[in-house]
Each structure stands twice: as structure tokens, then as C-alpha cells.
Design a protein around this ligand. Structure first.
Ligand code: GLV
Length: 335
């Protein structure tokens, strides 16, 4: 049976945000799709209602599917939810209560792999932008304050040849390591709870036994762990104090992995030299103190934001839907 012959035409799919056109077109050809033409996020009530009236959902990181929202979607007099698959558009799925989804018999999938390169590229961008003061420099030029080239103007810190510490050594951490080592001649240290010596040897990085050892030896620290109850505030005030005074912290993972108020204090005190952040604890709200700090480069969670990757993420979510409704095992199951 080919994909187009799979008997899924009547399955109702709610898509919580606009997706790239090719993805929406593929979905529309295959399913009875409820697209979000306004692109306004659904609130908890709308999410529960959508789950109660759809066979599957495509969700994004801005859809908090906490226990109460999932329970509110159960059908009257039953502990079952009409939605049987949450095909999450993203690799991180910390917005979904996986335990409750599992209890309610809902399969959850994500979109790993396809966003690795673009997210690793963005970590490099933040490393370069913070060290070379690109944000400050561009703001100065746009403000009409550039008085011309001179030898001591906007001096930054060299990236090439320095030491990069990678916290969390999954797909994206490894992709950053390869870029830093092969492209910038950096020495790469890595720490993760599960990283073994043979894995570190294979990746050409130095394994640190503790996160503290990595922090104390790195000129740049780039964070690549998922958000879980183990990693919340993994980079806290105590750990920030282990970093070198001239070091830079880069975070493209999840905001809550870094204790932002401790980070603001460290940046203000000059305990570290700068931070490049693509993710925030309360996003889309950004702590006003961060906005005031010239040594912070701040981006609005654009790690995977290329046409190529966002289309690939959508197509992978649809592959999971297609497999599920064809009765096959889904390719990217997380629950
Ligand atoms: C983006 O942050 C993702 O988790 O895919």
C-alpha cells in the first residue's frame, strides 16, 4: 500500500500553529485537517477541546499540555481521550506531561535529527556574536554612533583555538563539537550524565568527569541538555561561579536549564564575560535585566528556524501521523 492509499482521509487532525506551506499541503491532502489560520496560540481550554474533538494533534513547544489540560480532554464518563497521537513538532517535548499522556493511552512523537545542524550552527553564531560583540557593534552602527575605524574600537575575544565545554552530548552537542573542533581549531571538552570514555574518544573530545571540571576549564560553555526535573537550573549560581572570569555561556537548549537570575548577577558582576541565549525561562517574556546587559546576545528561540529545517520537522511529524494511522509503529515515539 502506498502512502497515498493509506485509509486516513477521515482522521481529524488539529494543528496548533501555522506550518510551512508544503507541510500544510501534505496534511490537507491526507487528513481532515483543522489548521490554525490565525497562528494565535491555543489556550488550555482550546487545547483540551481540540484534543477531545480530534484523532491526533500536531503541537509545538508553545502548547502547554500539562496534566490538567490532558485530563480535561477526556470524554464525558470516560478516562479516554479522542486524540490518540500527539505528533509534536520539535525535538524537546518538555511542554507535554508524558506520564499522563501515557496513562491516557496517547502516543507521543517528536522530530529529532532534522534540526541538529541548524541548531548547532546557531550555537556557533551565538558564540561568535558574544565573543566578537556583534550585537553591540550593530546597535552602535544603526544608532549612527560609529565614528570610524580605530585600533581600540569594540575589541572582543578570539574564538579560534580556545576551549569549548559542551554540557550534554547528544546529537546537537556532538554537532557543535565537530564545528568547533574542525572549523575553529577549538579544544572540546564534554560532560553529560551518560557520556562514556569510548564515546568521547570516538567524537574526538575530552570527557570531563564532572560538570564543575568542565566549567572551570572552558573559555566557552555551550548547553545542550533537554529540560527535565534533573536539568532545571543545572547551571545555577554556584556553577556559574566555577566558570572562568573571561568565559562565555551559550544556551540554545531550554531556558530553565540556566538559573537566569543567577546569570544576570554573574554578568553584572563581570564574573563571566558574556552570554548568548536563544531560550529563556519565561519565554516569550524576557527578563528586563537581561535586555539591559550589553554583554548578552539575545535571540527569540530561532535555533531550528530555517525554511529547510522547519519543513523537514513538519514532514517528520506527518510521517509519524501517517505511520500511526496506517497501523505501523511510529518512527519517533517518545511515549
Ligand atoms: C526547539 O526548541 C525544539 O525543541 O525543537
Amino acid at each position: 500500500m502506498t502512502a497515498s492509499e493509506v485509509p486516513t482521509a477521515r482522521s481529524v487532525i488539529t494543528v496548533t500553529r501555522r506550518l510551512p506551506p508544503a507541510v500544510e499541503a501534505r496534511l490537507t491532502a491526507m487528513f481532515d485537517v483543522r489548521l490554525n489560520s490565525t497562528d494565535v496560540p491555543l489556550d488550555a481550554v482550546a487545547l483540551s477541546r481540540a484534543m477531545a474533538s480530534s484523532d491526533a494533534m500536531i503541537t509545538t513547544l508553545g502548547d502547554p499540555l500539562h496534566a490538567a489540560t490532558l485530563h480535561a480532554a477526556t470524554l464525558p464518563g470516560s478516562s479516554a481521550v479522542r486524540t490518540k497521537l500527539i505528533a509534536h513538532f520539535g525535538v524537546g517535548y518538555d511542554n507535554i506531561d508524558i506520564t499522563v499522556a501515557r496513562e491516557l493511552g496517547i502516543t507521543v512523537t517528536n522530530t529529532p535529527g532534522v534540526l541538529t545542524d541548524d541548531t548547532a550552527d546557531l550555537a556557533m553564531l551565538l558564540m561568535l556574536a558574544t565573543a566578537r560583540r556583534a550585537g553591540e557593534a550593530e546597535r552602535e552602527l544603526r544608532a549612527g554612533d560609529w565614528s570610524g575605524w580605530h585600533p581600540t574600537h569594540l575589541l572582543g575575544t578570539r574564538v579560534s583555538g580556545k576551549t569549548l565545554g559542551i554540557v550534554g552530548f547528544g546529537r546537537i552537542g556532538r554537532a557543535v563539537a565537530a564545528r568547533a573542533r574542525d572549523g575553529f581549531g577549538m579544544r572540546v571538552l564534554a560532560w553529560s550524565r551518560s557520556l562514556t570514555q569510548p564515546q568521547a574518544n570516538d567524537a574526538g573530545v575530552t570527557r570531563c568527569a564532572t560538570i564543575e571540571a568542565l566549567l572551570a576549564s572552558s573559555d566557552f560553555v555551550s548547553v545542550h541538555v533537554p529540560s527535565t526535573h534533573h536539568t532545571r537550573h543545572l547551571i545555577n549560581g554556584e556553577r556559574l561561579s566555577r566558570m572562568r572570569p573571561g568565559a562565555f555561556l551559550i544556551n540554545t537548549s531550554r531556558g530553565d536549564v540556566v538559573d537566569e537570575s543567577a546569570l544576570v548577577a554573574a554578568l553584572r558582576a563581570g564574573a563571566i564575560a558574556g552570554a548568548g541565549l536563544d531560550v529563556f525561562e519565561g519565554e516569550p517574556a524576557v527578563r528586563p535585566e537581561l535586555l539591559q546587559l550589553p554583554n548578552a546576545v539575545l535571540l527569540p528561540h530561532i535555533g531550528s528556524a530555517t525554511h529547510e529545517t522547519r519543513t523537514a520537522m513538519g514532514m517528520l511529524a506527518v510521517d509519524n501521523l501517517e505511520a500511526f494511522f496506517a497501523g505501523h509503529e511510529v518512527p519517533n515515539r517518545v511515549a
